[in-house]
Design a binder for this molecule. Structure first.
Ligand code: GAP
Length: 444
């Protein structure tokens, strides 16, 4: 299979995108470490998201709240009572499964026995203790969603900025869930990242804002190269989270099946109301026009960062037959296979790679280093001088670098360089002074 998970996992490991967590000690299930290229890809996704949904808007306020939160937050939010998956055990081999993901008629996937316990709820929050005493009073939870950090800061943001409805609070960061069966690479982990917005609206207007946010999410999906690659699913009442009156899941066809990528939920006034009651603090909002005190309702677009990384990688991965010598051979006889990540240019770990045509000619290598230095000031640039040019193109294709610039003999005469496009594999000759303008014009 051209973009099977094995190929993607193997490329991610080999080229420094994503490594198994705690690998040196045999791994820790459900955790992954981002390597030097993976962190660039992930940061680019996060930065673009923040730019689009926070900085470019005047109605959304960013926060960065603590991961450790008081257990009272999670009692009020309903997570202590409701945030659980049904768990079932095999009585024979003691393996544990998510009851909703297991066909008990087929038997235990580990040992084949058909002797299971009844399903019982397993709370997915990670609990720990703050301070040296381990008792109920010191119990805290690692947040299972970034959302609550925004609800508990609702009043702070209102007091500091006096925003008018509708307005939003946004945050991105780690979330932790003790998943019964983590798996499918970074799709379901125990530690992952979310990018979320809580958008506060008047109750009567929730449907309109729900539709607007659905469009905004779809525009983002186009931006990350996934236009036409996802499907929308109305989540039926019994399957929705405890706080939601309407949810649409945005699903993506991963190599292991169609699964949830993002979600859009109408959380009503559930969270603010419950935090008001439980904390004793008034989380009303004073409508200046009507002088009415209201509890705003909430539309919540939620985006998994790691699932975005995975969908973007799956979508970008291709193995293509190309003329050997990277298009230089036009006779079409000798052919080669290249692995290429056709990442949107703005998300690629490196925007441009710079090569000296030959390493051992000091003038060429020197000028190439200068061009590299110049580009590096403005865009994510990398240097490669090892092996022949064809091999360097293959290496950059494999990590998704949109452009490769080569300094050659002609560069020394007229200060031009070649710039080669990852997707078309075509080269153009440009003056060094035109390079940044070219990249700026073609980046998407
Ligand atoms: N605040 C709402 C909320 O947390 P959710 O559907 O439980 O809703 C939101 O999670 C998003 O977080 C999902 O759409 C998915 O992208 C991501 N996500 C959830 N659990 C995950 C896991 N175990 N590993 C990786 N990403 C996960």
């Amino acid at each position: 299979m051209k973009n099977s998970m094995e190929n993607i996992i193997s490329l991610a490991k080999r080229r420094g995108f994503i490594y198994p967590g705690s690998e040196l000690y045999g791994g820790l299930s459900g955790t992954w470490d981002y390597g030097p290229l993976g962190v660039e890809l992930k940061n680019n996704i996060k930065q673009e998201w923040w730019r689009r949904f926070v900085r470019a808007r005047s109605d959304v306020y960013g926060v960065d709240s603590a991961i450790l939160m008081s257990s009272r937050v999670w009692e009020a939010s309903g997570h202590v009572g409701n945030f659980s998956d049904p768990m079932i055990d095999c009585r024979k081999c003691k393996s544990r499964f998510r009851a909703d993901a297991l066909d008990i008629a087929k038997g235990c996937p580990q040992c084949g026995a058909k002797d299971f316990t009844d399903a019982r709820p397993f709370n997915m929050m990670f609990k720990t203790n703050a301070g040296p005493v381990e008792d109920t009073a010191s119990a805290v939870y690692l947040r299972p969603e970034t959302a609550q950090g925004m609800f508990v800061n609702f009043k702070n943001v209102v007091d500091s900025f006096h925003p008018k409805l509708p307005f939003g609070i946004a945050q991105m960061g780690k979330a932790f869930r003790n998943e019964i069966t983590p798996g499918n690479f970074i799709f379901r982990s125990r530690e992952f990242e979310q990018m979320e917005i809580e958008y506060f609206v008047k109750e009567a207007e929730w449907e309109r804002h729900f539709a607007t946010w659905q469009s905004a999410m779809e525009e983002w999906l186009s931006f990350v190269g996934l236009a036409g690659k996802y499907s929308l699913r109305e989540v039926p009442e019994g399957d929705r989270a405890h706080y939601s009156k309407r949810t649409i899941d945005i699903d993506f066809d991963f190599p292991f099946g169609r699964e949830e990528l993002y979600g859009l939920a109408y959380r009503t006034d559930f969270d603010l109301l419950n935090h008001s009651k439980a904390s004793g603090h008034d989380l009303w909002y004073l409508d200046e026009e009507t002088q009415e005190k209201i509890v705003p309702h909430v539309i919540e677009p939620t985006f998994g960062v790691d699932r975005t990384v995975l969908a973007v990688l799956v979508n970008a991965y291709a193995e293509e037959e190309v003329p050997s010598g990277d298009g230089a051979a036009s006779d079409g006889r000798a052919r080669d296979v290249r692995t290429v990540l056709k990442l949107p240019a703005r998300l690629a770990p490196y925007t441009v790679a710079v090569f000296p045509l030959v390493q051992n000619k000091e003038q060429i290598a020197g000028r190439a280093r200068e061009v590299y230095g110049l580009l590096k000031e403005w865009v994510a640039a990398t240097w490669d001088g090892i092996g022949n040019i064809g091999k360097r193109y293959r290496r950059q294709d494999e990590i998704g670098t949109p452009w490769c610039v080569t300094v050659d003999y002609q560069s020394l005469e007229d200060d031009t360089v070649t710039i080669r496009d990852r997707d078309t594999m075509k080269q153009e000759r440009l003056a060094v002074a035109e390079l940044l303008g070219y990249i700026e014009k073609h980046i998407s």
